[in-house]
Design a protein around this ligand. Structure first.
Ligand code: FES
Length: 67
């Protein structure tokens, strides 16, 4: 699914970036461009990154599934 619509970045790309060493949202911004335009993807991108590293989502946070 698309996480960042402005830069057409998917959750698959975020997981790949995590495997290559991205640890923070700043890393994703540098590597993939997420949050550079409208910034609405920040929360979802951060949660996706946390999941990629095996961290549990914060309570109340659920990644939206594509329709
Ligand atoms: S959705 Fe990511 S910058 Fe707009």
């Amino acid at each position: 699914m698309y996480v960042c619509v402005c830069k057409a970045v998917t959750d698959t790309q975020i997981r790949a970036a995590a495997q290559e060493g991205a640890r923070t949202l700043k890393d994703l911004r540098r590597d993939l461009g997420v949050t550079r335009d409208c910034g609405r993807c920040a929360s979802c991108a951060h949660e996706c990154l946390r999941e990629a590293h095996g961290d549990q989502p914060k309570p109340g946070k659920v990644l939206r599934k594509a329709a």
